[in-house]
Design a protein. Structure first.
Length: 223
């Protein structure tokens, strides 16, 4: 029995030892580029999920050992978990122009690297010269429709500002006006609804510098 006991203890210790955790893999980062003057919210896809601490008393859930993203000199807390291995964090401005490897470090020390995965591009200070709108067909009253606005100019695809979008009846009576969201790649789509009918509606866009554009004339009919 004395000879068997050490063997049993050794077996129990071996069974209780957890296997080492595998290193994670970075599957993707999206978007994979930003301008050097801006901040960018990125989503990093890993092949692993985080651990969570559940406080049933406070009815709260907290991510344990949140990962950190490294791009160049920046360390970014990936403090938002979207599920299915997707983590979000915001890369700040100021990185040098160029391409970067990215590294993710988990709270337990495990690391993963994805080579040549992120690019920082220069901002070329070229003002937008104007805008143009894709043709708008006739619409139904109180039925939402989408207008597509394009920035125009040498570097229009880099424009990420916003414009005021107004709807005019008979070319002179303003019936609605909204501020658009931010352009992406020099393009912005806005959803509009017109609570009126008529034969001569126009959509007019204008930025804070006075650059603008006017759509084609279109009808709005009752359903």
């Amino acid at each position: 029995m004395r000879n068997v006991l050490p063997l049993l203890l050794a077996l129990l210790c071996a069974c209780a030892t957890e296997p080492p955790l595998q290193a994670p893999t970075i599957l993707s980062i999206s978007p994979a580029e930003q301008l050097n003057y801006e901040s960018k919210l990125v989503t990093v896809q890993l092949d692993t999920d985080p651990r969570f601490f559940v406080d049933y008393g406070r009815k709260s859930v907290q991510m344990i050992e949140q990962p950190t993203l490294e791009i160049g000199t920046q360390k970014v807390a990936l403090d938002t978990y979207l599920g299915h291995g997707q983590f979000q964090g915001t890369v700040g401005p100021g990185l040098d122009v160029g391409r970067y490897d990215i590294r993710v470090t988990l709270g337990d020390g495990r690391e993963a690297t994805l080579s040549d995965a992120y690019e920082v591009k220069p901002w070329i200070d070229q003002p937008v010269r104007g805008y143009w709108l894709e043709p708008i067909k006739d619409q139904n009253q109180n039925q939402p429709f989408t207008v597509t606005i394009h920035a125009a100019g040498t570097n229009a695809e880099q424009f990420e500002g916003s414009v005021t979008v107004s709807v005019y009846d008979n070319g002179s009576t303003k019936i609605s006006s909204i501020r658009s969201g931010s352009f992406s790649g020099g393009i912005r789509q806005e959803e509009l609804t017109i609570d009126a009918t008529g034969n001569n509606f126009l959509v007019v866009v204008q930025d804070d510098e006075g650059n603008g554009a006017t759509s084609n004339s279109f009808k709005v009919v009752s359903q």
